[in-house]
Design a protein around this ligand. Structure first.
Ligand SMILES: NC(=O)c1ccc[n+]([C@@H]2O[C@H](COP(=O)([O-])OP(=O)(O)OC[C@H]3O[C@@H](n4cnc5c(N)ncnc54)[C@H](OP(=O)(O)O)[C@@H]3O)[C@@H](O)[C@H]2O)c1
Length: 237
């Protein structure tokens, strides 16, 4: 059974709303009454998301580029008055190489995509929350951020650092009524993962719907006492 939330009048910014988990989050926040904004890079994916969810507001934004964030935030504030909730879904995986095979570019890609992006978007969204009534921020780390099985050092290190980043940020803004947490998914049942691992047992994988339920809870007033946490979302694996 899934709980119904009421996010009416809340402005939610979802980075990476065009991705597998992002799409489910966009739909759920819209169904819960939120004014829902999704960033996109790929125009085709943006069109698909908009067709499936006509109410979503789409913004083209590379969250790895601070100058783009600096331009976009005032536009969003002018249009929607504030940002109450930030769900930072942007991230990516790079595995299958040991550290001698990993290039400096591979390393930087993981750090930029999974860690620096979280820093940059937080740096510019949190002041908006501070000047309002507070807010909720959820980042998507990974169980690999706690324990790596090897061949994913850059990914594991970036997701591990994201957990410490969340802890630190949560301490820094707790007096401003801003809750900052992350979740730690194991493998998510996505088309990309099914293609990459066709022989895996998909029944052990997480459904985006179940993860989205945890994210909505973390963005709701019911989770007010949870701050700076890395929530295990392991399912059956
Ligand atoms: N999939 C898994 O098994 C798994 C497991 C553990 C943790 N996670 C984490 O969960 C999150 C969601 O995973 P997912 O599989 O749903 O991801 P996904 O389908 O690959 O989607 C990634 C999203 O990030 C966007 N994006 C990438 N780089 C960006 C940038 N520089 N600026 C703005 N947007 C950017 C993409 O936009 P475009 O589509 O427009 O390019 C897309 O919307 C990620 O943080 C991932 O690391 C995933």
């Amino acid at each position: 059974m899934s709980v119904t939330y009421n996010f009416s009048n809340k402005v939610v910014l979802i980075t990476g709303g065009t991705g597998a988990l992002g799409r489910t989050l966009v739909k759920k926040f819209i169904d819960s009454g939120a004014i829902t904004i999704s960033s996109f890079l790929n125009e085709k994916e943006a069109e698909k998301l908009k067709t499936a969810n006509p109410k979503v507001e789409m913004i083209e934004l590379d969250i790895g580029k601070e100058e783009q964030i600096l331009k976009m935030i005032p536009i969003l504030v002018e249009r929607f008055s504030t940002i109450n909730i930030l769900v930072n879904v942007v991230g990516g995986y790079l595995g299958g190489k040991n550290i001698t095979e990993l290039s400096g570019t591979d390393w930087d890609t993981m750090m930029n995509l999974n860690l620096k992006s979280a820093f940059l978007i937080s740096k510019h969204v949190i002041p908006i929350m501070k000047s309002g009534n507070g807010g909720n921020v959820v980042h998507i780390s990974s169980r690999t951020g706690l324990k790596s099985e090897g061949y994913d050092s850059a990914y594991a290190a970036s997701k591990a650092a994201l957990i410490r980043f969340v802890e630190s940020a949560a301490q820094e803004f707790k007096e401003h009524n801003i809750n900052i947490n992350c979740i730690l998914p194991t493998t998510i049942d996505t088309d990309a993962n099914r293609k990459a691992m066709p022989k895996a047992d998909f029944t052990k994988w997480l459904l985006t719907e179940d993860l989205a339920n945890v994210v909505l809870f973390l963005c709701s007033p019911s989770s007010g006492v949870i701050n700076g946490s890395a929530i295990p979302t392991y399912g059956l694996s």
